[in-house]
Design a protein around this ligand. Structure first.
Ligand code: INI
Length: 154
């Protein structure tokens, strides 16, 4: 049996974080969590670029530009889509999920989905550095693992 799996060791990789200003209180915490994870896995500060977009809906386009760019090995998408009184949530969350998946496949690079989709602000806060951890940290960890796994396979 042969098992191939990634580790969390960065080998000089460069990361683009694409973050949404909408629900910025939450997004900033996700960015902080992702940066914390990367720095603690010995990624250099100069190898992290944060790209702010207006809202989650705009994330896929900028993620695509970043993924196409040879200066970035992985793209980490961060934001929070929180359900409101209208169907807006459904449209934004559907598009951002589909768009991020498409970019990763089209560019053959890790494009990580660190988007919270929650019913309430409280649920988002819980996942942005309080009792349910920090989804930004987990997204950065997934990026490291995917880079290592892809390097092994390739
Ligand atoms: N953008 C978000 O990032 N989160 C949300 O919860 C959200 N809601 O619910 O409206 C949201 N809307 C803005 C959207 O992403 C676009 O920026 C806007 O529609 C302009 O295209």
């Amino acid at each position: 049996m042969k098992v191939i799996e990634g580790n969390l060791v960065s080998k000089g990789y460069r990361f683009a974080l694409v973050a949404s200003r909408f629900n910025e209180l939450i997004s900033r915490k996700l960015v902080e969590g992702a940066v914390d994870c990367l720095l603690r896995h010995e990624v250099k500060d100069k190898d992290i670029t944060v790209l702010w977009v207006p809202g989650a809906f705009e994330i896929p386009l900028v993620a695509q530009e970043a993924a196409k760019n040879k200066n970035y090995d992985a793209v980490i998408c961060l934001g929070a889509v929180i359900r409101g009184a209208t169907p807006h949530f459904e449209y934004v969350s559907a598009e951002v999920s589909k768009g991020i998946a498409q970019v990763g496949l089209a560019q053959s690079k890790p494009v990580i989905y660190g988007i919270l989709t929650t019913d309430t602000i409280e649920q988002a806060i819980e996942r942005a550095g309080t009792k349910a951890g920090n989804k930004g940290f987990a997204a950065a960890s997934a990026a490291l693992e995917m880079l290592s796994l892809l390097a092994e396979i390739r």
